[in-house]
Design a protein around this ligand. Structure first.
Ligand SMILES: [Zn+2]
Length: 63
């Protein structure tokens, strides 16, 4: 089974922004940071947490 692009999903503890990062950028120093506040987001899930046919992270913004 293939996931296509694999994402990590975050919520910002300061502004509440919901956003996602592509796993392939995990080595970047700013990985997981809110693009607005530059603070570390709260990790809420990853692509594998979506059940089949479900996309509960659909409204998470692409960073
Ligand atoms: Zn923020």
């Amino acid at each position: 089974m293939t996931w296509g692009t694999y994402y990590f999903f975050y919520e910002c503890p300061q502004c509440g922004k919901k956003y996602r990062y592509e796993l392939e950028f995990a080595s970047e120093p700013e990985f997981g940071f809110c693009p607005d506040c530059q603070v570390m987001g709260t990790f809420v899930g990853e692509t594998k947490d979506n059940k089949q046919g479900e996309d509960k992270f659909a409204d998470y913004e692409f960073v």
